[in-house]
Structure formats: C-alpha cells, structure tokens
Design a protein around this ligand. Structure first.
Ligand code: FE2
Length: 436
C-alpha cells in the first residue's frame, strides 16, 4: 500500500484534498448548493454542536456518495466484545496474563476483538473498556465504526495498515493510533498480529497539561500524524459493522465507504511514534509518579482526574541518588492495566512478558517482585540506562475495572501463580540497627 504524506499536529484545523481532484474543497464555505466535482458534503460531529470552541470537534467530508446509503443493520456476532460487566463475579486479586494466543483460524480485526476488562455504560456515555486483538486476516470489503467511543490502538506484533475515511496510515509496534467515535476504518495485516485497545466512552483524548514543565516536552504536538485524503470509487458488496451500545450490528452497502475526496476539520484519526516521547524524570532523588509519562489523557469532569490515561515507560536514564529506583510499592485509588510491547519491564523481569498484561485494581497492593527489590536495594547507584529495548505501557483509569469471562477464563492465559512473585519478600526489620 503506497501511503501519501501525513499531516502533522494535534487538534489542528486541517485541510486535505486527494491530489487527483485539485480544488475539491469548497471555497469560502462548507456546504455549497453544488459541491466541486459533484461531491456530497457530510459533517462528522465529534462533540456537541455547542461545545466550547476550544473543545469543539467536527470535520466536513466531501464524498462521492453520502454514508446514509446502506441496508438496515442486523445483529452481528463474531467477536468477544462486551460491555456487560456482570458476566462473572469481580475479583480484587492482582491479575497477570501470559501472552495472549494468536488465532489458528482466519480472524480479522473486528472478529478478533476480545474485551478483557472495563467499567461504565456506553449508553450513559461514561466508562472505558480494554480489548485485546489477536488476528491474522485483513478486513476485505468490511469496515467498522464505533458509536460508543474512541479506540486507542497499541500494536504489539505486526504492522496495521489502517484505511479510514480520512486516508490511510500504517501503524507499527511502538506506534499507537487513535480512531475516534464514528470514523469508519478497516485494518489490513501482513502476518499474525496482536495488540491492545483502550476504548473510552465519553470524552476524547487530549495532551496532558505541562504545568511547570513549560511549553515543550512529553508528547510534542507535531509528532502526531493524521492521514491525507485518498478516495476509491469502487462498487461492491461492502459490509459495515457498527458497535452500538456494546453490541455489533452489520449492514450492507453497494460501494466503498472510502470515497472521501477531500475533508476539512479538527476531528481526525491520528498516529504517534512512542520513540518521540521526551521523558521527564527526577535528576536528584526519589521516584516520581508515573503521571510524568502520560502520552494522552481522557479527562473526566473532575479536575485532574482521568477517565483513562495512556502512560508509557520508555528507555531513559536512571540517575537519582540514595533512592530506591524501581516503581515503589503502591496502593492506588485508580485502576492500573499494563501491557508490554517489547523488552523487559523494570519492576518485573520475569513473568510479565511482551503480549501479556497485568491488572492491579483499586487499592490492590502491587509493586516490585522479590528479585527486583533485592537488586535495587543493593545496586551501586551510578547513572544507568533503564528500559533499553523495552516499551511497557499503562492504561490508568479512575473507574473500577471489572474483568470479563474472556479475561478470567476463556482466554486461557491467566497466570494463576502471579501472587507468588511477592511471597519471598521477608521482613528485614531489625530494631537494633542504629539510625543516624
Ligand atoms: Fe501502581
């Protein structure tokens, strides 16, 4: 697949025309009586019409046929997607999964989505879900759009070739992409592929505020890339899959949905290369909270509290003096779902493997395993590289995440022995040690 250039920036007002149809964007207005080239104008609204200007998201699409031409939707089954959080009893235990299994039969991105945990209600527009995809087939003449929320997709194995109404993007492991509510897309793969999806039901993702850090740092806006307009004028038997109120529905349409010749607006899909994240950390002592590694955040209505943060643990220097350098022992009023794209996470060098996951629920204790504690309390504290060749990430949520039947049972990769990684931690207390 030949890709056009990307547009750079986060939240910009973009314009994009397929170069085969110059001047296809209407001049000086959005909805002329007759659009250039005989196109139809269609607005895709990502926020309420009346959302404040700095949050208002919409894009105008100029397309060969309007999206409304399709047969009635009918229920579609084929994936393990759910927003039913009452399938099984919740568990407060620390959970860890070995790498999720790749499929043996032919499975595409829609059919290969498995909900592992989540909370909230897409009908009430509040909540999140975490899905694992494990696939080996492309979505031929099949597209997907989500009425319930936005997908943040984290590939772990295999490049994703994602065709959207806005154009096409390639997303490789160590990159992420966001496809927002309502945007139609199809995923092509070249090999068995696996990854993680964070779905948010209410707000959209934004860049975190930088506060005293200043104007630059963490994920810089210029490193977010949006595809450029690319249309196909193709008839065929196209299947449109819609995720609506947590369930899937299918409709047929007699043409490709990727017939947008040009578009303008600030409601777009985008991708981001995690290696471009500028890392901030302590250069004196103590371990900073992982919020310093936030790439994107989906804010709640409470100031400073996220529906979900996307946090990464990139390669960096560890230099803090007289400090226990790994992540501290912790109990949190937030839920922490972690995944590993590649490498070895510094607090768990053993059982936390690429393509696996862990979930530390609200107030469930967690922290470095026995080996990590032993090493970190005896290490010579010279400057050292941390996480080279590694990219772990966390979906951190203010919601209490329930695991699904698939997550606890049918995925068959739950590590029943996870709790044992802490069982060798013994008391080192000695009241007789003289303290200065
Ligand atoms: Fe934690």
């Amino acid at each position: 697949m030949k890709l056009n250039a990307y547009l750079s920036g986060f939240g910009n007002e973009f314009v994009s025309e397929d170069e085969r149809c110059p001047n296809s964007l209407p001049k000086g207005q959005l909805s002329p009586q007759v659009c250039p080239y005989g196109l139809y104008a269609e607005q895709l609204s990502g926020t309420a019409f009346t959302a404040p200007r700095d949050q208002n998201k919409r894009t105008w699409l100029y397309r060969i046929r309007p999206s409304v031409i399709h047969s009635p939707f009918k229920p579609y089954s084929g994936s393990n997607l759910t927003s039913n959080w009452d399938q099984i009893e919740p568990t407060p235990n620390q959970l860890r999964w070995n790498p999720f299994k790749l499929p043996e039969n032919s499975v595409d991105f829609v059919d290969g989505l498995n909900t592992i945990c989540g909370a909230g209600d897409p009908r009430a527009r509040n909540g999140i879900a975490v899905h694992i995809y494990a696939i080996n087939a492309s979505m031929n003449d099949k597209c997907f759009y989500n009425s319930d929320g936005d997908f943040l997709i984290v590939p772990q194995i295999g490049n994703l070739l994602i065709t959207t109404e806005f154009g096409r993007m390639q997303v490789k492991p160590n990159e992420i992409c966001v496809v927002q509510q309502g945007m139609k897309f199809s995923v092509d793969v070249e090999q068995p592929s696996r990854g993680y999806v964070l779905e948010v039901y209410d707000n959209h993702f934004v860049l975190p505020n930088l506060g005293p850090i200043g104007a630059n740092g963490l994920a810089n806006p210029r490193d977010f890339l949006t595809p450029t307009a690319h249309y196909e004028d193709r008839l065929g038997d196209y299947k449109v899959i819609n995720k609506f109120m947590g369930k899937l529905f299918a409709a047929q349409q007699p043409h490709s949905p990727y017939d947008v010749v040009s578009w303008t607006g600030n409601y777009v899909p985008y991708k981001y290369d995690l290696s471009t994240f500028m890392v901030i950390n302590s250069v004196s002592f103590d371990h900073a909270d992982p919020s310093i590694f936030t790439v994107l955040t989906c804010p709640s209505d409470k100031p400073g509290v996220a529906i979900a943060d996307f946090v990464i643990f990139p390669p960096r220097w560890g230099v803090s003096d007289h400090t226990f350098r790994p992540p501290y022992y912790h109990r949190n009023c937030m839920s922490e779902f972690m995944g590993l794209i590649h490498g070895t996470y510094e607090a768990k060098e053993g059982g936390f493997r690429p393509g696996g996951a862990s979930l530390h629920s609200m107030m469930t204790p967690h922290g470095p395993d026995f080996q990590c504690f032993q090493k970190a309390t005896n290490d010579e504290l010279k400057p050292q590289r941390v996480a080279d060749g590694t990219m772990a990430f966390m979906f951190e949520s203010s919601l209490s995440l329930v695991t699904t039947e698939w997550g606890l049972r049918s995925c068959q990769t739950l590590d029943e022995n996870y709790y044992k990684c802490w069982s060798d931690l013994k008391s080192n207390f000695n009241a007789g040690i003289k303290q200065k």
